[in-house]
Design a protein around this ligand. Structure first.
Ligand SMILES: [Zn+2]
Length: 471
């Protein structure tokens, strides 16, 4: 038995997840994500997947985030026609995310072409793929529910386990049995956290792995607990009712928006806050919420208890409105407070949230609530850092709105939570841990921390470096 492991993305960085297990010459690809970051560099890296499609036996997708599924359409475009395995909810979310990316790329191509023509420059940029390729990739996805082992190759069994990261997210467990020998390899995918709303906790009921490929996004950070998020949301809503103001929440369309809606629903149900008009102003978030509604098999006990048992929809209630048309979105400008607007994109770099900020950022009765990670140089980061003046859509605005931050929403385990999870699973056979999906500084802290906590066999995976897992 010959098993090799190497990565072609998310090595000493947090995007572009592509991990390969080569078993007796056949390649199994875990995730095929896009690189994100500065435009030109990400584009260059995304054009070369790094493995030829005829070498790939199967693809396994951990979850529907763009940095994990974003290059599946490119794989399809390059001729890959074999199976892609994912949970049913991941199939739906990935389809939405891939189609959205294809649309954005088509729009960018037109915009960039116009810009180049105006300047009299040559234009030769092409989208990575189009909607046809995204549909092709979706067609190849075989839905595999959690804990339903299936054979995906000679002596190779795949089983998916709850990762507790986003709806449908899974850890990938591969067992390879050949010539009386067995190797068990676990890919954590993005590892979630306990107590997140809607979905279940990351499971620790997994057979003992020999090797773990572990994410390390927050290798040197700790998060607040999710309980504190509910409390703070309640406080802010009460304050907004009192001063008849607005809360604007920039949020990603998948997961964060549904979590916010779910929390507000709970707060209203428990009469912690009164019913305030809440608008989800993002067509993509509206579509994503529809996916959440048709996957109750992913819900945790709390949602089942609070809503399903009482035949209630956790993502719909009287004062909640989903906005899709631009006219309706514009009308929100004149809507008197109190009012809550949840809108995309999450880092305020594009989308309708920018128009809401233009309208309200100079109003001291507005609260801008930051609930997600804001990358450097984004408008979201400037607001998060409480800049007094910000530029939105080419215009400069004085920021008089109040800025509040809740960092308890993170979908990734921090270093403490990751070790807590490791301690809870059976590590009696564990030979090595490979760290992926993290920045170098956080990874070296995490490696030392793991060593202190009894996991000295940890290695930071290097790009395209081949590790032998046959031993
Ligand atoms: Zn993710």
């Amino acid at each position: 038995m010959d098993i090799k492991f190497y990565s072609l993305g998310a090595c000493e960085e947090v995007t572009g997840s592509k991990h390969i297990l080569e078993i007796d010459g056949a390649s199994y690809l875990v995730d095929c994500g896009a690189f994100q970051g500065t435009r030109a560099e990400a584009d260059r890296k995304n054009r070369n997947i790094g493995i030829s499609t005829d070498k790939i036996e199967s693809v396994i997708l951990t979850h529907g985030h763009f940095d994990h599924c974003g290059l599946l359409p490119l794989l399809a475009k390059q001729g890959y026609r074999k199976n892609i395995y994912a949970t049913p909810a991941t199939r739906d979310i990935a389809s939405l995310v891939m189609m959205d990316s294809a649309k954005i790329q088509a729009r960018d191509a037109i915009y960039l072409k116009n810009q180049a023509q105006k300047k009299g420059e040559e234009f030769n940029w092409q989208p990575l793929y189009d909607e046809k390729d995204a549909i092709q990739a979706t067609e190849q996805i075989i839905s595999v529910p959690y804990k339903r082992p299936i054979f995906i190759g000679n002596g190779i069994t795949l089983e998916l386990y709850d990762a507790g990261h986003i709806l449908g997210s899974a850890m990938v467990f591969l067992s390879v049995k050949k010539n009386g020998k067995e190797r068990k390899i676990l890919f954590s995918g993005d590892l979630g956290r306990k107590g997140k709303p809607i979905i279940r906790n990351p499971t620790n009921k997994i057979p003992a792995p020999d090797y773990i490929v572990l994410e390390s996004t927050y290798g040197d950070r700790r998060h607040s607990t999710t309980d504190s998020a509910m409390e703070k949301l309640g406080e802010l809503a009460k304050k907004t009712v009192k001063n008849k103001g607005k809360i604007i929440i920039p949020a990603f369309a998948v997961e964060r928006t549904q979590e916010l809606v779910y929390y507000f629903h709970l707060l209203i149900d428990k009469k912690v806050i009164q019913e305030i008009p809440i608008y989800v102003d993002s067509p993509m978030a509206t579509n994503a919420t529809a996916i959440f509604q048709v996957h109750p098999e992913c819900y945790g006990e709390e949602v089942r208890e609070a809503f399903i048992k009482h035949h209630k929809n956790p993502f719909g209630f009287n004062s909640l409105h989903y906005v899709t048309s631009i006219e309706e979105s514009k009308k929100l400008n004149d809507h008197p407070g109190p009012l809550i607007i949840i809108s995309a994109d999450g880092m305020c770099e594009a989308g309708r949230v920018q128009y809401h900020l233009v309208n309200s950022i100079s109003d001291p009765n507005t609260t801008i609530l930051i609930v997600g990670y804001m990358a450097q140089n984004t408008l979201g980061r400037k607001i998060c850092d409480k800049h007094e003046e910000v530029k939105i859509l080419g215009q400069t605005f004085k920021r008089r709105a109040n800025v509040e931050i809740i960092n308890a929403f993170s979908a990734h385990a921090d270093y403490f939570e990751a070790v807590e999870w490791l301690n809870a699973i059976d590590t009696s056979n564990l030979k090595r841990i490979f760290l992926v999906h993290g920045e170098p500084k956080g990874q070296s802290f995490f490696k030392n921390y793991l060593s202190e906590k009894g996991y000295p066999q940890t290695e930071i995976a290097k790009y395209d470096n081949v590790y032998d897992l046959s031993k």
